[in-house]
Design a protein. Structure first.
Length: 273
């Protein structure tokens, strides 16, 4: 973890995603002396995490020295309250990294001096187990060294991709940011369908959970395209083929997901500030 981290870090927000990042950094051996955590009321699980690593969260941080990065992991609704006091801690070489949904680079940069390096990133909730995926977008002030720092910080919780067009973060949010909820809904629906078919609640739930998580792991490990894996499961004229005929019908799963992603993309654009 120390690779790419060449100065003090200020983590603002120790909620679920902030704690996920912190857990990843600590697991990779970051020097705890580089860390300052600002959060006036971290949740109990974050308090336990901090205590386990001899760290404290403060209501108003006063970090010493020039910061390499300020990582913003707070809700977008309170960002305009949180940012103004941070301005004095952000030098021209300080990277501002935000993981707040819907807050544009411009809306963040306006709280700081001209030329402030800003990265806007969209991680997703599997980051909490180190299996997230994040797409990041930088403004023109961000150097290659700061991109490397950002990749190192975000890479502690999963894969990191870069987009040059900030507008792509709206569909990114719709696909990967909101995507875990779609998968969880599929597990819910599969279990409910099992109940309707006569399974007990416990068995239906167990089968749906294991099937969705196991299929996801197979998709990740195999390296095969989803279509090829689907075809490998499907025997002509068999049970899977009968089910897929329903799911792949003209008004089937593809059309539903397309409309869902369109709706989420549209809402992301509406919420962008």
């Amino acid at each position: 973890m120390t690779a790419g981290v060449d100065g003090p870090l200020l983590l603002v927000g120790a909620g679920k995603m902030g704690a996920a990042l912190l857990t990843g950094w600590l697991a990779r051996g970051i020097d705890r002396r580089l860390l300052t955590i600002q959060d006036p009321g971290p949740p109990p699980e974050s308090v336990e995490l901090l205590a386990a690593h001899q760290l404290d969260a403060v209501a108003a941080a006063e970090p010493e020295g020039s910061l390499a990065a300020i990582i913003l992991a707070v809700k977008p609704q309170i960002m305009d309250t949180v940012l103004p006091p941070l301005r004095r801690h952000a030098g021209p070489q300080t990277l501002l990294l935000s993981i707040a949904a819907g807050r544009t680079i411009e809306s963040l940069a306006r709280h700081f001096d001209d030329g402030q390096p800003v990265v806007r990133a969209m991680p997703n909730t599997p980051a909490s187990i180190g299996r997230g995926i994040t797409v990041a977008c930088a403004n023109e002030a961000v150097t290659e060294r700061q991109r490397a720092l950002c990749t190192s910080l975000l890479g502690a919780v999963g894969e990191v991709l870069w987009a040059e067009d900030e507008h792509l973060l709206d569909p990114v949010t719709a696909v990967s940011g909101s995507g875990p909820a779609y998968v969880f809904l599929m597990a819910e629906c599969l279990a409910e369908a099992g109940l309707e078919a006569g399974l007990t609640p416990e068995l239906a739930s167990r089968l749906a959970r294991a099937t969705v998580s196991g299929a996801g792991e197979l998709l990740d490990r195999s390296g095969l395209e989803p279509a090829e894996l689907r075809e490998n499961v499907t025997s002509p004229g068999g049970t899977t083929a009968a089910a897929l005929e329903v799911l792949m019908a003209r008004d089937g799963l593809q059309q539903l997901l397309t409309r869902a992603v369109e709706a989420a993309t549209r809402r992301s654009r509406e919420l962008s500030l």
